[in-house]
Design a binder for this molecule. Structure first.
Ligand code: IMP
Length: 425
């Protein structure tokens, strides 16, 4: 069986973890392909709630093989902590089922400090990063000065390499950013210990992925962040430093497009964004506050309140194009219950012209004014609805307008946080 790629169709936080968990029922292996612990994927099973930052969401399903791909950046300390959390909850974390690429990159303490120092130095122009060292780690990767996860196979040498990495960064931190230099001894030791724990998980991911595909099993590639945060296709510099779009799955895991038969985009029924950067449909008012409170819109990784706004059909169409989405999953439709009317952006007004496609430059998107279609809301609680025909008519109409704007079908709608609170279309 071929591969499915699961993508965030907005600015991240679309509820991919929960959907990955739902799709895990039909897959044999699940792989993260990009990003690091800047991601926060929540999976709720009954009373148990898992917040995963690095390990694929499929880990809570006993039969699913989990792969951490080469396109990722890994903080070894955080990965060990996450594995310990899973083990304490009774999840099988054996190296027979969890594989960490030898070719991912390591986030060192220097990357963490630099991320913070660079953000502080940007002052009013801060990107609003998660301060998890993501940008500096990918920068080292591109400059060919990074540390590969494969180096953890020799923990003592790895510890020395981390120490050397910190020592190289210290003058930049202290002389340029005016920060205290990092003291290396304890940290390097801690990294060495983490390497000892993680070494058994190291694997040749290309072989793992192709073994899965050649056995005729289904691989689910779990995207992190979202299309509009993609390094190439988001609004630079207000992006993350990895390929969050469908192409990233291929490069991050090492397989070709002929294996992919589904590209599933996950979008909230409205929009949210954390961090700075353009957000045309943002509602910095009572509507935004209501979406945040009802939707519980606070970052999984940083706890930051998310910016909230109406659904952006232009952004959605862009996500369909950039990723080649074959279908959409709409999450949190229940959060919109109780609004008298809903607004859905169908185009932008840009410098006196009406545009239907995403403007290419960040300056343009900052000037874009959404053109809204107004739709009737619904007043009933929909969290117990399980069939499309049982949704109130305005809710079905809202979904139909999304399908028409996106040009792809909506296959699933989530109406609450529990695994079963979903409507299959
Ligand atoms: P970084 O990935 O920590 O460098 O942050 C860059 C931008 O991406 C910031 O605006 C972050 O808020 C945003 N970002 C990174 N990861 C996520 C995520 O998982 N969900 C939503 N936003 C994210």
């Amino acid at each position: 069986m071929p591969a499915t790629i699961l993508i965030g169709a907005q600015w991240g936080d679309e509820g991919k973890g929960r959907i990955a968990d739902w799709l895990a029922r039909d897959c044999d292996a699940m792989a993260r392909y990009a990003g690091g612990d800047n991601a926060g994927h929540t999976v709720q099973i009954g009373a148990q709630k898992f917040q995963l930052h690095l390990v694929p969401s499929g880990v809570v399903h006993p039969g699913v093989t989990c792969i951490l791909g080469s396109g990722m950046v890994i903080n070894p300390i955080r990965l060990v902590r996450e594995l310990d959390m899973l083990a304490a909850a009774g999840v099988d974390i054996s190296p027979e089922r969890i594989h960490l690429s030898t070719r991912a990159h390591v986030i060192t303490p220097a990357h963490l400090e630099l991320d913070g120092a660079e953000e502080s130095a940007r002052k009013g122009q801060a990107i609003g990063t998660t301060r998890r060292g993501i940008g500096p780690a990918y920068r080292d990767k591109a400059a060919r000065t990074g540390l590969l996860t494969g180096e953890m196979a020799d923990p003592d040498r790895f510890s020395t390499r981390v120490q050397a990495h910190i020592q190289r960064a210290n003058p930049l931190l202290s002389d340029y950013y005016g920060q205290e230099p990092i003291t290396t001894a304890d940290l390097a030791l801690e990294y060495g210990e983490a390497a000892q724990r993680l070494a058994p998980y190291l694997a040749d991911i290309v072989t793992c992925v192709h073994d899965v595909l050649e056995r005729g099993e289904r691989l689910l590639c779990e995207g992190a962040q979202g299309t509009l945060l993609d390094l190439d296709h988001g609004h630079y510099p207000y992006v993350t430093s990895s390929s969050a779009t469908a192409g990233g799955a291929l490069t991050g895991l090492g397989f070709g497009p002929r294996h992919v038969d589904r590209v599933v985009g996950v979008a909230k029924a409205y929009c949210t964004r954390v961090g700075s950067g353009p957000f045309p449909t943002e509602q910095d008012n009572e509507i935004g506050l209501r979406l945040r409170e009802v939707g519980g819109e606070y970052g999984t990784t940083t706890g930051r309140p998310r910016r909230c706004g109406w659904l952006d059909g232009v952004a959605l169409r862009y996500a369909v194009r950039v990723n080649g989405l074959t279908e959409l999953i709409i999450t949190k439709l229940d959060v919109l219950s109780g609004f008298d009317v809903l607004h859905l952006a169908t185009a932008y007004d840009l410098d006196g012209e009406r545009v239907a496609q995403m403007p290419v430059s960040t300056a343009q998107i900052e000037r874009a004014v959404p053109v809204y279609e107004t739709l009737p809301g619904w007043q009933t609680d929909i969290s117990d609805v399980r069939r499309l025909e049982d949704l109130p008519e305005p809710a079905r109409h809202y979904i139909a307008r999304i399908e028409a704007l996106a040009g792809v079908p909506v296959r699933l709608i989530s109406v609450g946080p529990e695994r079963e609170q979903a409507v299959v279309c």
